[in-house]
Design a protein around this ligand. Structure first.
Ligand code: MEV
Length: 349
């Protein structure tokens, strides 16, 4: 019988959904802290999911984006010392770090970078990673994984990373995972606040919104690397037209900042709808996204759009408290694989 470890060795990155199924079936789930000697320290790190409300893709070209935290989906990492070669334990691959398959290159890069940063040693280092953030759904799983790992390894070495150092380390892994990465995910999966992000700088936003954000998963794996590359290629061919789209997406993010502060729900919803039209022009929407967006709007949402890189992944809809049930029901009927609602305090399943 094929184990998830066998699958992991041979799987290219886009086979990760298959590995997730293996995980759900309970195959190959690593024992926590295997080989840990009682009494020796363990370093812990956690990071949460994020929902991009505005500015995905356009943020890669220096425009503003707005993102909010989603607390009940998390990644957790542990680091400890073992009497064996460096190891990595996860639902997707468990084994010696040096044999980790290509799709584990980003966590591996995070481990190597943080060890160098804290002046530590890879010898006898074990790192485990577990979590509930679905992979390839635009919710920041790769940045959250890298963030949890760098904190766990740094803490094992008695170091609390400064914000800038942590950001730089997560970005090392993000560039391996996605190629060009704006850094939005690195911040948004760490900070407990809604943020505006632009050119490497995050500012905390006031959110007075008296409405509910609903996140629904299409169940379709969307590759961030592929989506970012697609927009880059499109921009190379139709520079002026695509730059206009990218700039308008950034302008919507800027306008959304005051909508959030002033509880302007209708305006915010309309801007989400416009952002979805523009993202479709960037070719990063998907029939499953269009289906869920259409269902949410028909059921009374003020606005709905893809969130994250697109090509699959999740949508986010904005609804009045009175229509949350109707929107949720409509999303379920339209085939949503999972649905979460976000309150002021993060997310509830
Ligand atoms: C991915 O979550 C967001 C993108 O804008 C890429 C990035 O910001 O690096 C698509």
């Amino acid at each position: 019988m094929l184990t998830s470890r066998d699958l992991a060795r041979s799987a290219p990155p886009d086979l990760l959904p298959g590995l997730l199924e293996a995980q759900a079936a309970g195959v190959g789930v690593a024992a926590a802290s295997a080989g840990h000697q009682p009494g020796l320290p363990i370093g812990y790190g956690t990071a949460h999911a994020k929902v991009i409300l505005f500015g995905e893709h356009s943020v890669v070209y220096g425009n503003s984006a707005v993102a909010v935290p989603m607390f009940n989906l998390q990644m957790q990492a542990r680091a400890w010392r073992i009497d064996a070669p460096p190891r990595f334990e996860s639902a997707y691959y468990s084994g010696e770090l040096r044999h980790a398959p290509d799709f584990m290159a980003a966590p591996r890069a995070a481990i190597e970078a943080v060890v160098e940063q804290v002046g530590g040693s890879l010898d006898g280092l074990a790192v485990s990673l577990h979590g509930s953030i679905p992979i390839g759904r635009g919710l920041g799983s790769s940045a959250a994984a890298a963030g949890a790992i760098v904190d766990a390894v740094a803490r094992l070495h008695g170091t609390e990373l400064a914000e800038n150092d942590r950001f730089a380390l997560v970005q090392v892994a993000e560039r391996v995972a996605h190629g060009k990465a704006s850094g939005l995910d690195a911040y948004a999966t760490t900070t407990p606040h809604p943020i505006r992000f632009r050119e490497g700088l995050a500012t905390v936003l006031t959110n007075c919104l008296n409405a509910t954000l609903i996140v629904a998963d299409t169940g379709v794996y969307g590759s961030t690397r592929q989506a970012v590359e697609l927009v880059r290629t499109l921009r190379g061919r139709f520079r002026r037209r695509i730059d206009r789209v990218i700039e308008e997406l950034g302008a919507l993010a800027e306008l959304a900042v005051s909508d959030l502060a002033g509880d302007r729900v209708q305006e915010l919803g309309a801007r989400m709808n416009r952002a979805q039209e523009l993202l479709a022009q960037l070719k990063v929407s998907h029939p499953a996204i269009d289906r869920l967006v259409g269902a949410a709007l028909k059921a009374g949402a003020f606005g709905a759009k893809l969130t994250g890189a697109g090509l699959g992944g999740c949508i986010v809809a904005l609804a009045h408290a009175d229509s949350v049930d109707a929107v949720t029901q409509a999303l379920r009927e339209a085939g949503a694989a999972q649905i979460w609602t976000l309150s002021d305090h993060g997310a509830t399943a």
